[in-house]
Each structure stands twice: as C-alpha cells, then as structure tokens.
Write a protein that binds this ligand. Structure first.
Ligand code: EPZ
Length: 439
C-alpha cells in the first residue's frame, strides 16, 4: 500500500488541468447499459473507481475499449486519457457481484438500467461506509413505483419487471433531502419506461444534468434536469452516442483550497466555476479570491484567513464533498469557525487526524467547532476516505516538517495523479511504499 510523504512550507504556483468528473463518469458508464450500439465517452478520468465500474459493465456483457490519448482538440477539448468506447454485446447477465460492489457503492447505478433494459437485476447491497449511513431505499422505492418488484436474498437486491416499466409521478426526496445517484438511477429506468415519469424532489447536481444530456443524445426525452422536477417521456429504444464528461467540480474545489492554504496562486484550467458558486461565495468570506478566466479560474488568497460558518447542502449549496477540505483550511483561520454536515452527519473521520497535526477541532453531533491555530505540525496520519485524505494532503502542504499519509489508495479512487499535479506547481510530495519511514 502506498503512502504520501509531504514536506510542508511551499507555496503552490502555476497551472493545473482539472480532470473529468468521477461522480459524473460513474453513473454515465452504468447508463451505457441502456443503449444499443457503441457509446464513446470523452474526458473519463483514470481512477480506480472508474476501473471498478468498467469492470462491472464488462461483466454485464459490455465490450470496453480505451482509445489512444488525443492531444488535439476533439469536440470541445483534447482527450488526454483517450476516449472510452463501451458497447453492449451480450445481455444475458444481470448480476453485480459483491466483490465489485463492496469496493464501490456507485455500482448501485446499474440497477435502473438493468431493470429497464433486461427486466431483471441482482445487485449486492452496498455495505457500510466510512462517511456514514448510506442506505439505497430511495433507489428501490423509486424503481418500485415504476413497477419493478424486489426481494432481498443473500445480501443481494433482486429485482424483476413483468413486461415493461410504467411511468408515473413520484416524490424522490429523503430525510437528508434529494438523492443524487437515486435520481440518476430512476431517471435512467424511466427513459425506457412506458409513458411519462415526473420525478419531484429530484437532485439538481451537475452530474444529474450531465447524465440526462447523454441520455438525450441517445434518444431519450427528458426535461427539467438540473431542477427539482424532472419529466421523462419513455421511449422504445436508446442508441449509442458520443459524449464529453463535465469537469470535476470537487477536484477543482480541492485545488482552489490547496492554493489558499499554501497562500499560493494557481490557474485552474478546464473547470466550470458555475458548478462552484456556493463554494466561491464561502471562500470569498474566508479571504480566497477566485477570478474567472476563459474555461477556468485564477485563485489567490490573503495571508490572513477569516473564520466562517458553513452548512453542507444539496446543490447549488456547499457540497459535502468539500467539507473536509474547507475544515483543513479553517484550521489556520484567525478565529473560530463552525462547520455543520447536513448530508452525511457522521462525516468527520478527518477531525481526529487533523488534531494529530496540531489543529483544534471539537465535534458536537453534526457540527465541528474549529479554533484557528498559527501553524500545523507534520505527523503520521491515516486516510479514512477519499475527501478526508485530500484534506490531510492540504494540511501536510502547510504543516511544519514532514507528514506521512498512509492508505492513500483512498485518494486514488477520486483524484487523478494528484501528487504529480501538486508537485508540478511546487508541492514537496512523493508517493512511497507504506514501509518507508519519515526521514
Ligand atoms: C453522491 O453519492 C456522490 N457519489 C457522493 O460523493 C456525494 O457525497 C453525494 O452524492 C452527495 O452529494 C457519487 O456520485 C458516486 P445521495 P450518493 O444519495 O448519490 C441519503 C465522493 O466523495 N439517502 O445524494 O450515494 C444518504 O444517506 C462521494 O465523491 C437515503 O437516505 O448520495 C445521504 O444522507 C462520497 N436513501 C443523502 O440521502 C437513499 O436511497 C444524500 O445521499 C439514498 C440516499
């Protein structure tokens, strides 16, 4: 297992190219199960989670091919990772095995497409998650309203459809508000259902919109995506298309805060700042300046960071996936900040690790109170989940001395070549085998 060794103190300076969105590519790859013929996806990042999803749809009868990188502009940009071709060759299989689902919860996204296209699906129930309770009851309830029947058996959700799914009007919200992947799962199924489906209380995240845009290119009839009410007129058939994945707004937000915590200056390219309005609003109050550029943003920060209050919310509010990174930044603010986590109330495993680096954070239920400190110290810390590990990398870049972060496989799930991108703009970071001690 790899670790990162980070020697703190360098200001980040330079340009970073933001990758395609992990959280958009995952459900989109699953949605290609709906189509006949080949789908070509541009801008799919190279990440372990993407490998798991392509392995899963491969097991479900798809031929997957990653083409050579294209440096020249294709459509609206180059494709440094090479377009990904996905073609359904065999529709006999309909099971998503535990071994894959346990590594990646987004596997649940094959449930809707399989039921709509093959009339049956067996998907292992995703287990526990380090960021907290993550049931899939809203996915099942939404698909049941379209006519699917379900039972659980041996740790699996087993779904069947008699004849064809039927559209209807439904409310899809839960106790913590809308569900992102639940909205996408039901929207995909409704695209091939009989009649109209109206999803009320739908998630508005850009990843939902991106998937809807691709389905429309496949021939789907969808309106209202990006709003809390999505209308889907079912069609008989969907065919393969060519689609570019949106930039990763969470990677972009992470780099904005990495620039700020090192008092650096970065130009981020290939990102859509309209997907980060609430983030930039909060950061402005902290003292982080974000200036739009053509297809990107330039970030700089005041040396003195101001404390703030922030509550995570569904899009367009402040995303839960940037909560840990913001907390790392606020560890160095001049005063007391309050961060409340409304989406995953237990998502605070980074608190203990940041406190090991000299931060002063106290947790009270879904709220963390952060007393700003003058500096952080390098230490050995443990990554617990994807975004927590990004926060530890940020803290390591500003801490006095050396920080070692173990279990960085968590970060490889969602950040493409992060240590290379950071080193290219001045960070002193290296990937080492876990055994190597701090010098
Ligand atoms: C997506 O997860 C993202 N994952 C998460 O990012 C992100 O944190 C989350 O949306 C919220 O923005 C991917 O896109 C792969 P939800 P998802 O269903 O769709 C509750 C990362 O770091 N809920 O919108 O699974 C749930 O417990 C990951 O990249 C139910 O109660 O999240 C939560 O409290 C982590 N029943 C809330 O809704 C359900 O059936 C929102 O979850 C589904 C969800």
């Amino acid at each position: 297992m790899d670790s990162f060794l980070i020697r703190g103190g360098n200001r980040l300076k330079g340009k970073v190219e933001i990758s395609g969105s992990k959280n958009s590519a995952l459900p989109i790859v699953a949605a290609t199960l709906l189509a006949e013929g080949k789908t070509t996806l541009h801008g799919v990042p190279r990440l372990s989670d993407i490998d798991s999803m392509t392995k899963l749809v491969g097991e479900l009868g798809c031929h997957i091919y990653r083409n050579e990188p294209r440096t020249k502009t294709v459509g609206d940009g180059p494709d440094l990772n090479g377009p990904l071709d996905i073609e359904v060759m065999d529709e006999k299989k309909s099971e998503a095995r535990y071994d894959i689902v346990k590594t990646m919860r987004a596997s649940i996204c094959v449930l809707g497409p399989l039921l709509a296209k093959r009339g049956k699906a067996t998907v292992s129930i995703p287990g526990g998650c380090s960021i907290g309770d993550r049931p899939v009851d809203l996915h099942v309830r939404g698909l049941q309203k379209l006519g699917a029947e379900f039972r659980t058996e041996g740790g699996n959700i087993v779904g069947t459809v008699r004849g064809r799914l039927k559209g209807c009007r439904m409310y899809l919200g839960g106790a913590q508000g809308p569900t992102v992947l639940g909205t996408i799962n039901v929207m995909c199924a409704a695209a091939l259902a009989e009649g109209e489906t109206v999803l009320v209380g739908a998630a508005c995240e850009p990843e939902v919109t991106d998937c809807a845009e691709m389905l429309i290119k496949m021939g789907a009839k969808i309106k209202g995506h990006g709003t809390p009410e999505i209308r889907i007129e079912g069609v008989d058939k969907l065919v393969g298309c060519e689609h570019r994945i949106i930039p990763d707004r969470i990677e972009c937000g992470t780099f904005i805060m990495a620039a700020a915590i090192t008092n650096g200056e970065l130009e981020l390219k290939h990102c859509n700042v309209d997907h980060l309005i609430a983030v930039m609003d909060r950061l402005d109050e902290v003292g982080v300046k974000c200036e739009r550029t053509e297809g990107g943003v330039v970030v700089s920060a005041n040396r003195r960071l101001s404390p703030i209050e922030m509550v995570t919310q569904p899009f367009p509010g402040f995303p839960t996936d940037l909560q840990a990174q913001l907390m790392a930044l606020l560890c160095l603010a001049d005063g007391i900040s309050v961060v409340t986590e409304r989406i995953f109330p237990d998502r605070f495993l980074h608190v203990g690790e940041l406190n090991r680096m000299g931060a002063r954070i106290r947790k009270e239920g879904p709220t963390a109170i952060i007393q700003g400190v003058k500096e952080l110290q390098g230490a050995s810390v443990m990554a617990s989940d994807l975004r927590a590990s990004a926060a530890l990398v940020m803290a390591g870049m500003v801490a006095k001395g050396t920080t070692r972060i173990d279990r960085v496989y968590h970060i490889d799930r969602g950040y493409e070549k992060i240590e290379q991108k950071l080193a290219a703009v001045g960070a002193d970071i290296e990937r080492v085998k876990e055994a190597k001690a701090v010098a």
